[in-house]
Each structure stands twice: as C-alpha cells, then as structure tokens.
Write a protein that binds this ligand. Structure first.
Ligand code: IPE
Ligand code: IPE
Ligand code: MG
Length: 247
C-alpha cells in the first residue's frame, strides 16, 4: 500500500507546523549559492501545502523567517524578501483555487514595505477560504511573541481591565499572535537539526516532534505522509499512564 493510503484520515493532526530548514546546505552541496536553495524551497512549500490540504489538515504553519534571520548577510535577506513578494504574487490564485486562507504570525509590520503590502493583500484576498489555513511565520520568534503577550496583559492590568489573579492559560493564549489557532499536534523540522530555534515555544508544550534529514528543497508530499504516519504510530499520554489511554 502506498504511504498516502496508509494514513488514518480520522486521526489526522489538525495543525502541522514546519521548520523549513536546509536550503543553504542543499544549494552548497551542488556548488550553488545559498539563494538557489531558497528559490527551490518554493516547490516544497507548494507540495507540503497541497498534500496537507488534500488530506484534510486544517492548519499548517510554516516558519519562513525568524527575528534572528536578520543577522544573515544583507544580500541573502534581500533575496529572501524578494522571493517572498514574488511567491505571494504568483501563489495567491492557487490558494484561492484550493480554498486555502493565508494568515501570518510575527512582527510583520517590520518587514520591507513591499512584502508587508503583498502579505496583507494575500490575507485579505483569501480571508473567506475554508478548507485550510496556511500560516506564515515571518519575522517571528516565540520569545518576541511571549514578551508582546506579557506587555498586552500588563496594559490590561494597568487599565484595570484584567485582575492579576484572573490571569490564566486562556487569557495568555488570547494575547499570543496565534490566538484562535489550535496548538500544533505535529512539528516537523527538516535538514537533520534537532532544535526549535525560537519557534512556537508556548504552543508546542505537547506537540509531537518529528525530525528528518531531508533538506527543505527536497521535501515532497511523501515526506509529509511519512511524518503523519509516524505521528499516528505514537501514543500521546498528556501525563497519564498508558493503561489510562488504551481503554
Ligand atoms: C531555511 O534554510 C530557510 C530560512 C531560514 C530562511 P537555511 O537558509 O537555514 O539553510 P541552512 O540551514 O543554512 O542549510
Ligand atoms: C530556523 O532556521 C528559522 C527558519 C526556518 C525560518 P535557522 O536556520 O535560522 O535556525 P538555526 O540558526 O540553524 O537554529
Ligand atoms: Mg538553517
């Protein structure tokens, strides 16, 4: 049986998050500049998005640019931003055809104005789509997000809208940029690195982590199927015993 038909569609992760890593190394391995890897990463984005939507996954979050990525050479940052504008322009139609809504998390107002503009347009043009939400993490980092949430809550306390003793998980979650989006059940990182790199720290408290050696530009539908099958073979206990789960 092929990988896709082995997936239990009644037990799909509702939200999959991906740290798309390894573009630079993939390019270098074939004697090409790092930017070549980023350009070839677009096809992988398409494949992952399409595969997830076809299966019935409801949310997919892609880590596209971290706050730390501003420390890269200027040339590479510019190339990434140009690629983002170009991709948003060409892919919005495909998102609409596939009934996929675009969203973004991160400090997007600090992106170059052209990127910000394309992004807002893309979000606006796809806002009524229902099949899946594709969330781009852009100029995102979890510590930035958590710090912003703390500021918001502190303001609420200062304005007497929130009592300190009422601050709970729900109030905190509503102050995050992922408000309204369920926590990811599955987090995939490509390229063989086994770290989180400041991604969704609050939201992945109970997420299943999946690391693959595949470099992002090589990522295809089959790799997503493999990750989901691995996820489906795991027992999620949430602190309970195995006996309590298998009933
Ligand atoms: C991921 O690939 C893309 C971004 C972080 C924007 P990298 O550019 O990090 O590629 P490697 O990890 O250096 O190979
Ligand atoms: C994480 O990848 C960020 C994105 C995929 C956008 P990095 O390549 O920037 O992470 P580190 O520096 O290897 O931890
Ligand atoms: Mg990397």
């Amino acid at each position: 049986m092929d990988l896709k038909s082995r997936i239990d569609l009644t037990h799909l992760p509702e939200h999959i998050a991906i740290i798309m890593d390894g573009n630079g190394r993939w390019a270098k391995r074939q004697g090409q500049p790092r930017v070549f890897g980023h350009r070839n990463g677009v096809k992988a984005v398409r494949e992952a998005t399409e595969a997830a939507a076809e299966l019935g996954v409801k949310y997919m979050t892609l880590y596209a640019f971290s706050t730390e990525n501003w420390n890269r050479p200027k040339f590479e940052i510019n190339a990434l931003m140009t690629l983002l504008v170009k991709t948003l322009r060409t892919e919005i139609n495909t998102l609409n055809e596939n009934d996929i809504r675009l969203e973004a998390i991160g400090d997007i107002t600090k992106l170059p104005s052209q990127c910000y503009k394309e992004l807002i347009e893309g979000i606006e043009n796809t806002k009524n789509n229902k099949r899946m939400t594709l969330v781009l993490a852009l100029n995102y980092s979890a510590r930035w997000e958590i710090t912003e949430a703390v500021k918001k809550i502190a303001e609420g306390v200062a304005n007497k809208e929130i009592l300190p003793e009422h601050i709970d998980k729900r109030i905190f979650e509503n102050a995050l940029t992922t408000k309204g989006i369920p926590d990811p059940e599955l987090l995939i990182r490509t390229s063989g690195e086994a770290r989180i790199s400041n991604f969704l720290l609050w939201q992945i408290a109970y997420t299943e982590l999946y690391f693959t050696k595949i470099f992002w530009p090589e990522f295809r539908k089959e790799h997503l199927y493999k990750a989901i099958l691995d996820f489906q073979s795991r027992e999620r206990r949430f602190g309970k015993t195995s006996e309590q789960i298998v009933k």
